[in-house]
Design a protein around this ligand. Structure first.
Ligand code: FUB
Length: 366
């Protein structure tokens, strides 16, 4: 059953969605067998039902969980391999008092019209806090249809945020995520191939090799492109250094190759630290995994370890990993509510680090 969101009466849908935290208490009140069948096939249920939401970046700020997702919208832009149909216009911020609490929508915190340099496509954002100021980082296309990364700031985790007049100098491509290290340094990881335009750059220089999503990628037997890292300046508004490409190696120390589609980086880089090790997780794009690799420092090289999340329903797979009071959670999305690849809904589930340091692979479908 694909168009669940559109075909269910609102009241049934609310019962269904409220059931995500207490499935055994509420499933009896849902009288549609079809609904039960459809929901039980998923590991977890959508967190938000009145908007389409995706790419959830979750943070634990001051004792509360805040989620910074993309805000998916219906669009008349035709679907293509550059993701033009992901034509998002603004951001909402969500919060949860605890992992089992209801999610609260703080409303719209930034729109494309509030960003002087941005023309369209507000893709996956992230946020960071430093000294009581909150920073929202986001990719958008400029007037030349080139993705850049912008920053907006405010005094509350739920905004509103005021955008800087220009994108971050030296930024490009998509999917910024900002990791606060235990020594108080902040690093931005970014980049995504195909529609994310990373393949158009080498050594931070734009070299457009053509319009197809794969134009500019290395040959299949060459090392794949890695995500980019840059340390943030003290004011969190600029890069403190020239961005560098991260290497992802296999267990033998050889680079993961561009033709290794099941393991190579595509987009959605996220870093967390567990027991002193840096875990870089990312989407493999056209093979739809969230994979991970580990390193002893934030710059890598990172060594491929395995899969965090198997493919979800829908083309994209994008996640974040957050620690809350000693437990770890994966925020992710799928297309359960719409059946449409560009109209996604965010979800969450527990994530387990095993005693040997590996992450237990999560299967999003039961
Ligand atoms: O939401 C738009 C794009 O889809 C994101 O930037 C990618 O990571 C993918 O999830």
């Amino acid at each position: 059953m694909k168009n669940l969101f559109k075909s269910l009466p609102a009241i049934t849908l609310s019962v269904l969605l409220l059931s995500c935290n207490k499935p055994s208490e509420t499933t009896e009140s849902i009288e549609l067998d079809e609904v039960q069948e459809s929901t039980s096939k998923y590991l977890s249920q959508p967190l938000v039902s009145d908007h389409y939401t995706a790419d959830p970046s979750a943070h634990y700020f001051d004792g509360k969980i805040y989620i910074y997702p993309s805000h998916d919208v219906e669009s008349d832009v035709p679907q293509d391999d550059l993701g033009s149909h992901f034509n998002m216009m603004d951001y909402h911020v969500y919060s949860m008092e605890s992992p089992t609490s209801p999610i609260v929508d703080a409303g719209k915190v930034l729109g494309v019209d509030d960003i002087p340099w941005a023309k369209r496509q507000l893709w996956a954002p992230d946020a960071a806090e430093k000294d009581g100021t909150y920073y929202l980082y986001f990719p958008a296309k400029d007037e030349n249809d080139i993705f850049k990364i912008g920053v907006a700031s405010g005094s509350s985790p739920t905004g509103p945020f005021t955008a800087q007049p220009e994108p971050i100098q030296g930024s490009y491509s998509i999917d910024p995520s900002v990791y606060e290290d235990t020594d108080g340094s902040y690093y931005m990881y970014f980049g995504g191939i195909w529609g994310g335009q990373l393949q158009k750059y080498r050594d931070n220089k734009f070299e457009d090799k053509g319009p197809a999503p794969t134009d500019g990628l290395p040959a299949d037997d060459e090392p794949a492109l890695g995500p980019i890292i840059a340390k943030m300046s003290d004011n969190m508004l600029e890069f403190a250094e020239t961005p560098k490409e991260i290497k992802i190696l296999d267990q033998n120390g050889s680079p993961i190759l561009n033709g290794d589609n099941e393991r190579r980086f595509f987009e959605a880089a996220w870093v967390h630290k567990y027991e002193g090790k840096y875990y870089l997780s990312y989407s493999t794009g056209d093979t739809h995994f969230i994979a991970y690799a580990t390193a002893d420092n934030p710059y890598g090289p990172f060594t491929y370890q395995g899969v965090v999340l198997n493919p979800v329903e829908g083309w994209t797979n994008h996640h974040s990993i957050v620690e809350v009071d000693g437990d770890w959670y994966l925020y992710y999305h799928d297309t359960q509510l719409s059946g449409e690849t560009h109209l996604r809904n965010i979800k969450m589930t527990k994530l387990t680090h095993l005693p040997d340091g590996s992450i237990q692979t999560i299967d999003p479908n039961n």
